[in-house]
Design a protein around this ligand. Structure first.
Ligand code: TGC
Ligand code: FAD
Length: 399
């Protein structure tokens, strides 16, 4: 493993909780949240800036993420998952993304987009073969839905499978796939000869399958993103999900991941707010702390207001998820709101830090750039607005 340069800068993060949202959590929730917070301070904060600057995926964090239960928090324990509720899952994502959106991405993809479909749509053999290895981090997975020419409209995908009798043959390609260069397996969505979308598990060793990395990103630099290329890949029939067909298969996985982002993005927002608040009290200009100026107070006051609104929305969504009552449109609203909140706060926090805000001395610019991906993946800002629009009017703007 390469030399890991640990920063000597101490992580001074103190989580904001202006409306005592902690009172809505159980003791178990707080224990889980605090364990992840401590891990992020110890393992992520000291190294993440360096990995992001070098655009390198900190693969060595995988066992730690697994031991926290970050891979498949809601998957039952008999399959290796953590068997937790949705508030716990949300809190885990919040704390990890407080460290870095790219690390949260790794956990989201593994738990919500790889383990969840295997659990929800897979055969018993698929579950027992793959879930424990994914939960423990022995295997890393990725999720292939987006194609070079089909992003917001995945239903138009052209990646396809042909039935050859005793196996299928897969052809096509996927684009912008988180974790793909390091993944042992890929959950891939492809059309069959009837044009029906099916889900399948592609294994790294399969001939004709490659996952080249995409370089040159200014965002999520500590997360590995790549393509998936399928050239006559022979897929055994037992690798097809038996219990799902149609676009609702992949969209059902997105509900899980978008829910995690609704909490996660608030973590990034909290880190930016906390950093800017501390800086505003220490940085002196015109003979007093810049936090004493009304313009800076306006920024900070609006940040904590938006964070608090987002926290309450995420918590309520978690309760509805636990009760099985959360709708996809509610999840869209929360994902969109949290990411918009976070991106605005990151931009304002960067201004409060002045010139220091553009450096890696502080986490703010990294969060800001990361959030440019978070606002686009898992459904863009505009797509989620149109989902809300469709839900409240009953009129579909996509057709
Ligand atoms: P539409 O005609 O509206 O619906 C077709 C069928 O799907 C059902 N459905 C859903 N089911 C479960 N969950 C959802 N969220 C669902 N949304 C729709 C729907 O009820 C219907 O069912 P049925 O039984 O009647 O057939 O579908 P459409 O093709 O017109 O799509 C609508 C649209 C635009 C909302 C959808 O395509 C969409 O969400 N597009 C955005 C694409 C997207 O989010 N891609 C994400 C790729 S993965 C990723 O980015 C990972 S990032 C890595 C990380 O997280 O870190
Ligand atoms: P497009 O769909 O081309 O959209 C371009 C613009 O047009 C957007 O602003 C969009 O809002 C707008 N637009 C599109 N349709 C409409 C409409 N009907 N009305 C109004 N405006 C519209 N995908 C995966 O499958 N797996 C992954 O692991 C994954 N990881 C990712 C990681 C990163 C870092 C990034 C950047 C993306 C990742 N994605 C992944 C892909 C991501 O989900 C897509 O980028 C996203 O869904 C948008 O698709 P697109 O980039 O093709 O944009």
């Amino acid at each position: 493993m390469k030399d890991i340069h640990k920063s000597s800068k101490k992580d001074l993060y103190e989580a904001p909780d202006y409306f005592l949202v902690d009172d809505l959590l159980t003791e178990e929730h707080k224990l889980i949240r605090d364990a992840v917070r401590t891990w992020v301070k110890k393992e992520v904060s000291p190294i993440i800036e360096d990995f992001a600057q070098r655009a390198e995926f900190p693969k060595h964090l995988i066992p730690g993420l697994a031991s926290l239960g970050a891979f498949g928090p809601t998957i039952p324990v008999n399959y290796g998952g953590a068997g937790l509720d949705y508030i716990s899952y949300g809190l885990i994502m919040q704390e990890i993304e407080r460290g870095d959106s790219g690390i949260r991405s790794t956990a989201s993809v593994q738990g919500s987009l790889v383990m969840y479909p295997i659990y929800a749509y897979g055969s018993e053999e698929q579950k027992t073969k793959f879930l424990p290895k994914l939960a423990s981090g022995e295997f890393l997975g990725c999720f292939g839905l987006t194609e070079p020419d089909h992003g917001s409209d995945p239903g138009s995908m052209i990646t396809n499978i042909k039935d050859m009798g005793d196996h299928y043959v897969l052809n096509g390609s996927k684009m912008w796939i988180s974790n793909s260069p390091y993944a042992d397996i890929a959950v891939v969505w492809a059309k069959d000869e009837q044009g029906i979308i099916r889900g399948l598990i592609v294994e790294k060793s399969m001939e004709g399958f490659s996952a080249p990395e995409i370089h040159g990103k200014w965002s999520l630099r500590a997360s590995a993103t790549g393509e998936l290329v399928f050239n006559n890949v022979k897929i055994p029939k037992e690798n097809i999900f038996p219990n799902i067909s149609g676009i609702k298969g992949p969209l059902g996985c997105l509900n899980q991941a978008r829910y995690g982002i609704a909490w996660g993005a608030l973590g990034a927002a909290m880190d930016c707010y906390d950093t800017a608040l501390r800086y505003s009290k220490e940085r002196m200009q015109f003979g007093r702390p810049i936090g004493g100026f009304q313009l800076q107070q306006k920024k900070l006051a609006e940040m904590i207001t938006e964070i608090t609104k987002g926290q309450l929305l995420a918590w309520r969504l978690g309760v509805l998820k636990n009760e099985g009552r959360a709708t996809p449109a509610q999840i869209s609203m929360a994902k969109r709101n949290s990411v918009e909140t976070a991106i605005n706060i990151a931009r304002e926090a960067r201004q409060i830090l002045g010139g220091m805000g553009i450096t890696g001395e502080y986490p703010v610019m990294r969060h800001m750039m990361n959030l440019e991906s978070v606002v686009t993946y898992e459904g863009t800002h505009d797509i989620h607005l149109l989902i809300t629009g469709m839900d409240i009017t009953g009129l579909n703007a996509f057709q």
